[in-house]
Design a protein around this ligand. Structure first.
Ligand code: FES
Length: 171
């Protein structure tokens, strides 16, 4: 469940008020007793919109370009569903321009608190639907759930500095 927008007094800016979900001081170990300059950096700049994860769906020069032979990206379906089910309260949906690895179009990136996961070669509606089911599960449980098991075969390493075992360990 998305935390309530219950106003709480912030010690960061003096009189400024933050919503309760924006700042869980105990969890972030941001003691009220510390002066602003003594706080950890992540305690100084806080968004009200902290999410469990962010789903970035590429719709660029290759992904979704059916005239070039790539599967459709169901943008309207994704946006409408996200809005109707208020999934943005737990996970952000972003439709992006080219993410780069066009040779593995269609591409989806999942941003997690500690890393990004990259999926390529999405074959169509069923693959996007798998990510929707995952987002629904995260939303319902208010927890970061395992990514869709069926998507593991689509995982790829976007960067040069990780081993295949490290990437696979994401699951
Ligand atoms: S268009 Fe999707 S990776 Fe470039």
């Amino acid at each position: 469940m998305f935390p309530e927008d219950k106003p709480v007094r912030s010690s960061l800016g003096g009189a400024a008020e933050l919503s309760a979900d924006a700042f869980d001081r105990e969890r972030l170990l941001c003691p009220d007793s510390l002066a602003r300059e003594e706080l950890p950096v992540l305690c100084r700049n806080v968004t009200k919109r902290r999410a469990l994860a962010q789903l970035v769906v590429c719709s660029g020069c290759c992904c979704g370009q059916t005239q070039r032979g790539f599967p459709e990206v169901p943008i309207d379906w994704l946006k409408a569903l996200w809005k109707e089910e208020e999934l943005n309260r737990s996970g952000q949906l972003t439709i992006s321009g080219c993410l780069g690895p066009w040779d593995l179009a269609n591409v989806v990136m999942v941003l997690l608190p500690d890393r990004s996961e990259w999926y390529g070669g999405l074959a169509g509606m069923q693959d996007y639907a798998a990510f929707v089911d995952w987002a629904r599960l995260c939303h319902r449980t208010d927890e970061l759930c395992d990514r869709p098991a069926g998507m593991q075969v689509r995982l790829f390493d976007r960067f040069r500095n990780r081993s295949a075992l490290e990437v696979e360990a994401c699951f």
